[in-house]
Design a protein around this ligand. Structure first.
Ligand SMILES: [Zn+2]
Length: 326
C-alpha cells in the first residue's frame, strides 16, 4: 500500500481558483488528483481532497496509531495492521489538520507504550488518551501526564475490553488531580443505565462517536438527552466522530447521523469536538469497508453551518479540552 502513496507535490492542481460558499464556509478548489491514474491514502477510501478548508491549528480529536514494535494485548479482538505516525501525517496533509489526539486502541489493552511513542514523535502538536486499570501507579500517571496524556478511555462496548465499569469511579478520582477527563465509548443503553454514575463522577466526561446514538431513534433516544444535559451542566463533551458506525443511510451524506451531530452543535456548540477515528480499526481489521476521510471531514460543513462554529469545533474547543496553547 505504501508504494502507492503520493505526496502533496505530486498533486495536479485544478486550474480554477473560485472559492465556493458552502453554508457560508470557504471551500478549496476541487483538486484534480492523479498519480499514475490512481491514489491511495493509508486506510481511507476516496481520491478527492476535502472541499472544506481547515482553519489554522485545526485538531483531529480522535485517531489511533498501530505499530508492531509494540506488543498487543492477549485479549485483543481487533488486530489491525501498522498505521504509523508517518502514515497519519499523510492524512493530516490531506485534510489540513495539524493538531491531534492519539487514543490507545483496544488492541493494546492497558499497555500505552505505542501511545507514548507516538506522542514523542508528534511532540507539542498532539495529546493522548490512555487506557489504564486500577493497578496504575502514581509514578506512571505522572509520567503519562508529562508525556501529554490528558484523559483515559473506557470502552465497555467492545469485546475484549481491559477495563470494567466498576473501575470508572475509582479511576476518575485518581485522574481528577491531573485535570484529566474520562472518555467513554458506551452503548446508548449503557449510558441510560449508568446515568446516575456518570452524573456523580468528579471529572469531565467525553462521549465517543456521538454517544453511539442509534438510528432510526436519533435525537429521540434518551441517551441523547442525557449527554446534552451533561454538556449543558459543563460536565460533558461529545466527539463528532464515527458517523458510519450508526448510520443506516451511509456514505457520503450519512444524513441520519449528520442530524444527530447537527443537534449536538445546535444544543451546546462549546462542548463539541471532531475526530477522524483513523485508521478506522473496525475497517482495517476487516469488519467493514473503509470510509473516505475527506468525505467525513466535509460533513462538518453540514454540522456547523458557519465559519465561526467550524473554528470553535476544530480549534477553540480542542484547546479548552486538551490544553493546546491558545
Ligand atoms: Zn477509535
Amino acid at each position: 500500500m505504501r508504494d502507492q502513496l503520493m505526496t502533496h507535490s505530486t498533486f495536479i492542481k485544478g486550474t480554477g481558483s473560485t472559492l465556493t460558499a458552502l453554508g457560508g464556509i470557504k471551500i478549496h478548489d476541487d483538486f484534480a488528483v492523479a498519480f499514475n491514474g490512481r491514489l491511495q491514502l493509508p486506510f481511507s477510501a476516496g481520491v478527492q481532497r476535502p472541499k472544506l478548508k481547515a482553519p489554522i491549528n485545526a485538531c483531529d480529536c480522535h485517531h489511533h496509531i498501530y505499530d508492531s514494535r509494540f506488543p498487543i494485548s492477549p485479549n485483543a479482538v481487533l488486530h489491525p495492521p501498522d498505521a504509523t505516525v508517518a502514515d497519519y501525517r499523510m492524512i493530516q496533509k490531506w485534510i489540513g489538520t495539524t493538531r491531534s489526539v492519539v487514543v490507545t486502541p483496544s488492541t493494546y489493552g492497558t499497555d500505552n507504550r505505542c501511545l507514548l511513542d507516538a506522542l514523542k514523535q508528534f511532540g507539542k502538536m498532539a495529546r493522548g488518551i490512555a487506557v489504564i486499570d486500577t493497578n496504575i501507579t502514581d509514578t506512571e500517571l505522572k509520567r503519562m501526564n508529562d508525556a501529554g496524556v490528558r484523559g483515559i478511555r473506557f470502552q465497555p462496548v467492545r469485546a475484549g475490553a481491559s477495563t470494567s465499569l466498576d473501575m470508572l469511579e475509582p479511576l476518575a478520582k485518581r485522574i481528577f488531580d491531573y485535570g484529566w477527563h474520562l472518555q467513554v465509548h458506551m452503548s446508548p443503553a449503557m449510558i441510560v443505565q449508568n446515568e446516575e454514575l456518570l452524573r456523580k463522577l468528579p471529572t469531565q466526561i467525553v462521549f465517543d462517536h456521538m454517544g453511539r446514538i442509534p438510528q432510526p431513534d436519533g435525537v429521540n433516544h434518551p441517551a441523547f438527552r442525557i449527554i446534552c444535559n451533561l454538556m449543558n451542566q459543563g460536565r460533558g463533551w461529545v466527539k463528532l466522530s464515527g458517523a458510519y458506525h450508526d448510520s443506516k443511510i451511509g456514505a457520503p451524506s450519512y444524513a441520519d447521523t449528520t442530524n444527530v451531530a447537527k443537534a449536538y452543535v445546535q444544543a451546546v456548540p462549546e462542548r463539541v469536538v471532531w475526530g477522524t477515528d483513523w485508521p478506522y480499526p473496525s475497517a482495517s481489521a476487516g469488519e467493514r469497508s473503509f470510509p473516505d476521510v475527506a468525505e467525513l471531514f466535509d460533513r462538518l460543513a453540514d454540522y456547523v453551518l458557519s465559519e465561526a462554529k467550524l473554528h470553535r469545533i476544530l480549534v477553540e474547543n480542542p484547546e479548552a479540552l486538551y490544553g493546546f496553547p491558545k
